[in-house]
Design a binder for this molecule. Sequence first.
Ligand SMILES: *[C@@H]1O[C@H](CO)[C@@H](O)[C@H](O)[C@H]1NC(C)=O
Ligand SMILES: *[C@@H]1O[C@H](CO)[C@@H](O)[C@H](O)[C@H]1NC(C)=O
Ligand SMILES: *[C@@H]1O[C@H](CO)[C@@H](O)[C@H](O)[C@H]1NC(C)=O
Length: 453
Amino acid sequence: MARPGSALVTVLVLAGSILSITAAPQSPNAISREWANYNMQRQNLRIGTEDNGNNLRSVLDYSFTTPLRQIQGSQVYQAGNARFRRVVDDLQRGNPVTIVAIGGVATNGSDASNPGTNDFFALYVKYLRRAFPNARIEPVRSSAGIAPSAVVAQCLSSYIPRDADLVLLEMTANDAVGMDESLIDGHNAKAYELLMRGILEAEKQPALILTQSMVPGMGNGSTPFYLTPETPQYAALASYYGTPVVSMRNAVWRSGTPTNASGIISDAVLQEDGSTPTNAGHKSMADMLVYNTQRTAEDLALLPYGDYDTQSMAVQVPEKPVYGDVAAQPSVVLSNSTCEWVHDISGNSRQCPTQMDQMCNLDHANRDNMLRTYDERIETSPRSNRAALIGGVVGGVVGGLLLIGGLLAYCIISKKRHAQRVAAAAEAKAAARRKEVAAGQGVPITATTRPGF
Ligand SMILES: *[C@@H]1O[C@H](CO)[C@@H](O)[C@H](O)[C@H]1NC(C)=O
Ligand SMILES: *[C@@H]1O[C@H](CO)[C@@H](O)[C@H](O)[C@H]1NC(C)=O
Ligand SMILES: *[C@@H]1O[C@H](CO)[C@@H](O)[C@H](O)[C@H]1NC(C)=O
């Protein structure tokens, strides 16, 4: 005869295991206990005759707040990692290292409560300075605002300084605008490939870490797990070029509250767009980058930087790209992708630019600024020019050529003056901010025009 108690125990055990699958995320205390145990075991590791703990004490000294398994899951791909092993080796040797973050709103950090201090890039740089106290670490924040990969690739020289050693590229949220079409014809992926190639071919063979943030709607229940360019397209490119990938989606998904429609509600991002990281989201992004750095340092303890790495570094970026067009018609790829983006962002109310380099002069901080500066500074496609011309001629015949011509000239001049004033004001503001930041310890908030670009 079964004892009544055992049935009760079975029920409780069953209920417990169901709870552990579906229920409440771990409490902050449970998360930090788990990390503490894990890190203690790592610190006690002995490799050969070396004492890993002593070697890596400062590297492993960091408080994670994202659950361990989620951070492990955020490490999507590591490849051979020669370039990042070179960077971490330099950090350990105390060599100077320039670290560049290129990306959208997350990279700008403007929605953290204290931009420049608790956004993911600032947190990561702060960790590196503590972990590698002998290295001179120079952070460069290159905010692309809402600009997509095509525009960043076109204007790359103003985003990446020549002495970049490590580039964190955070473009998925920006590129997700108009993504459904892109999944079929891949125009964003082609532009992203050009951007990756541009970075990988930079002077110092920088390490490139694809730092994938969450796309619009992903954290407010309106975009499912799979609908992001980070998979499959950008993951394919990472595999081809052997660049590490870390994923914020993976880091935070299981902490979110599931919705009926296979989405999540996550406090890691603002609910209004489901994408812009909050303080918690920035911390998760920092956590996944720190963990990647720690694992790379441990890997160096196992097998120090050496021949395998230098041989791997000597191999050039493959001449043949994943997408044929990327080699055959790079400028068409960029203008096609930019053109699509301009249509998407303006609700089809703007024509495509005729000169791609003019896109570099826009204020990409947000949609309104982008559209305003677009109207002020961009020459658009021939169709609209021709229409304007015909309109002008007809108008001239009817209303008197001189008068119209005069008005037109006046408009152009005042438009141009206005654009110059806007640009000058933006530069003055940026200069003031650079000065402010230079005085403190934080990480500058906007793209720097420092020597070396
Ligand atoms: C969720 O995010 C999407 C995409 O950014 C946005 O259009 C939508 O308004 C957001 N939903 C809510 C409830 O804020
Ligand atoms: C550019 O866009 C045109 C028109 O949509 C298309 O036919 C062409 O294949 C595209 N070219 C590339 C290189 O993407
Ligand atoms: C970056 O954030 C600052 C505020 O912290 C804002 O003034 C600036 O326009 C943003 N820049 C871009 C490119 O998004």
